[in-house]
Design a protein around this ligand. Structure first.
Ligand code: CP
Length: 322
């Protein structure tokens, strides 16, 4: 591959390859001298047309820890506000001869469109309700590390049950995670209110639930997602109180899951709505901070792997099939 547009474009062995590549950066990021010069002389543009804290900062840190020059384009301060089209913006970025472009955009498919117009690798940092591939990869890496500490030997998730609960309809994180977790062997349960449940859950290999207590029964991992009210214009928006009552993860509710079940959330969290603070901060159970830590390693791996051809290193994957 030249680009990283979605988990849907990756084979299982390619997902595992990216996770394995990220392992070296987990170790480096824990050292005091955090630097590599693998990408020295390359320019990476982060073009974000939607708000971000974790993804934007971790791509910037990842690029800098690899020695690249990183520049950020915030749509709110760009000429997009003066009416420039997406394609003209892409042509403009291309003319600056970036070596990789990282894009977040509010429209599903916008990142694919830009990828078709530029000469360098494009990395999807979240496009509308479609995909957020580096989020699913960092979630898988965080889960792998937490399971390893508990004695889990396999590198994949065969035999594991993961329950994802929240606003699935609007969630690119849910979509990418369903694809990634099922590819790695996990059984995935999806829980959402009927109005926020997409039609294709079973076709994607996951099991839909509307009752959160039933979805939690015996699950090994619970991944909570926020209500994306910014994508609900004109739709019925449940009140925070009633949503919490039916779909919020409280300490009591977590007891339905397997003993020691792990708790995940991609952030940003709405504490007291989809997740209670005492669960989000539960030592030994919540791996939310570790997810953020793994985000830097995964983005370093993605930038490194996708720029290998530019740097005269063969292929996207080890076997050269990419
Ligand atoms: N999880 C995630 O994508 O967070 P940001 O929106 O802060 O980047």
């Amino acid at each position: 591959h030249r680009d990283l547009l979605g988990i849907g474009q990756l084979e299982r062995h390619e997902i595992l390859f990216l996770l394995d590549e990220a392992e070296q950066w987990v170790d480096l990021n824990r050292q005091t001298t955090k630097h590599s010069d693998a990408l020295a002389g390359l320019t990476i543009i982060n073009a974000f047309f939607e708000n971000s804290t974790r993804t934007l900062l971790s791509f910037e840190i990842a690029g800098k820890r690899l020695g690249a020059d990183v520049v950020n384009m915030h749509a709110a301060q760009s000429s997009v506000k003066k009416g420039e089209t997406l394609i003209d913006t892409a042509i403009t970025l291309n003319a600056m001869r970036a070596d990789a472009i990282v894009i977040r955009h509010g429209s599903s498919g916008a990142v694919d469109l830009i990828a078709s117009k530029v000469d360098c690798p494009v990395l999807n940092a979240g496009d509308g309700q479609h995909e957020h591939p580096t989020q699913a990869l960092l979630d898988a890496l965080a889960l792998r590390h937490a399971l390893r500490e508990r004695g889990h030997k396999a590198d994949d998730f065969t035999g594991l049950t993961v329950t994802i609960c929240g606003d699935i309809l609007h969630s690119r994180v849910a979509r990418s995670n369903i694809l990634c977790l099922t590819a790695l062997g996990a059984s995935v349960r999806i829980c959402a209110p009927p109005a926020l449940m997409p039609a294709e859950i079973e076709a994607m290999g996951a099991k839909p639930f509307h009752d959160f207590d039933a979805a939690l029964e015996g699950t090994d991992v619970v991944m909570m997602l926020r209500l994306q009210t910014e994508r609900m214009e004109g739709q019925f928006i449940p009140s925070a109180r009633e949503y919490h009552h039916l779909f919020g993860l409280s300490k009591d509710r977590l007891q339905r899951a397997a003993p020691d079940a792990l708790v995940m959330h991609p952030g940003p969290m709405n504490r007291g709505v989809e997740i209670d603070s005492e669960v989000a901060d539960m030592i030994g159970r919540s791996i939310i901070t570790r997810q953020v830590e793994m985000g830097v390693a995964i983005r370093m791996a993605a930038l490194d792997v996708l720029t290998r051809r530019t740097r005269g290193i063969d292929g996207w994957t080890n076997d050269g099939s990419g």
